[in-house]
Design a protein around this ligand. Sequence first.
Ligand SMILES: [Zn+2]
Length: 339
Amino acid sequence: MPLSADRFRRLISAGQDQFLRRLAATDRQSAERLRIAYERNVSATRRLLTDLRREAAKTGMGTADLARLPLLQTLRDTFRDGLNRMTITLDREARRATANGAGAGREYAGASLRAVGVTANGFAQPSVETLRAMIPYVDSKAFQDYLARFGKNNADYLGNLILVNASRGISPLQTASQISRYVDNYPLHQARATVRTLQLWSARAGTMAIYRANSDIVTGWIWSADLGPNTCMSCVAMHGTFHGLDEILNDHWNGRCAPVPVTSTRADLGFSSGQEVMTGIDWFMGLSDEQQRDMMGPGMHDAWSAKLFGLTDIPKVTYDPIYGAMRGASPLKELVPSG
Ligand SMILES: [Zn+2]
């Protein structure tokens, strides 16, 4: 039975809701555990920052002089060691996120298949454990390398920041406060994004494993974005596009899109006639000029209005060491190379 555009829209938004609600709840709990581990492991670095700010305030001190202080080396080593201790929590949360994601992906696949009219007993549902064993991200060399370098990379960042600031003539006090802001926020922010992305990718991998286990029923899937003023332009352009079972929904970091199963042919869904499926591009074209400008930003909107590129040109595939091909929005300078 062909899905009407209306039913398709309802199906998409219901799936999104369920998929995202469950993931959001476990993501909040995980973010809180990461915060606690972070506070515990950076407290020694924060104490050294007080000393660094005191040094930076001394008259005659330049940013290049800060770089030579033994205190700075101690601070970097302490920061690196603290973050390395935190990777124990990060690895544990990553494994938990994979299992949560596999479970959420399994539920979402089941609910979506029932929603398109497949009866509950009419499809194969591998267990969460089976799905979990099929999801490779945490055990990959790329992810384990990322954990192994987590402390060093963040500590090196502080060293580079000081050298760059010295060469730009930025004051030592300003440099010290930039270091403080980095220590207060950045690695925690990064750790949370890592766990969130892992959970989302595991959920989609779990969903896809179920669709594939039912390839006699499921012929493919449709990219579904949570369309709204904050949706990135890549996901807007991808929303409503049809994909085969050999593809995974390769959304960018923190991306929240979901794959809606297709049990009919593409023609049944109106892909040939263009009648039935409301794509993200259709949705975007229905917005006011001002809304379109807000979403794209003025530079991109000007170039798009001048027909220098089309909406389907926006999604760009990049390579991520953990996930492989990953899709995001092309920057304007790549969409309009001469500009
Ligand atoms: Zn996006």
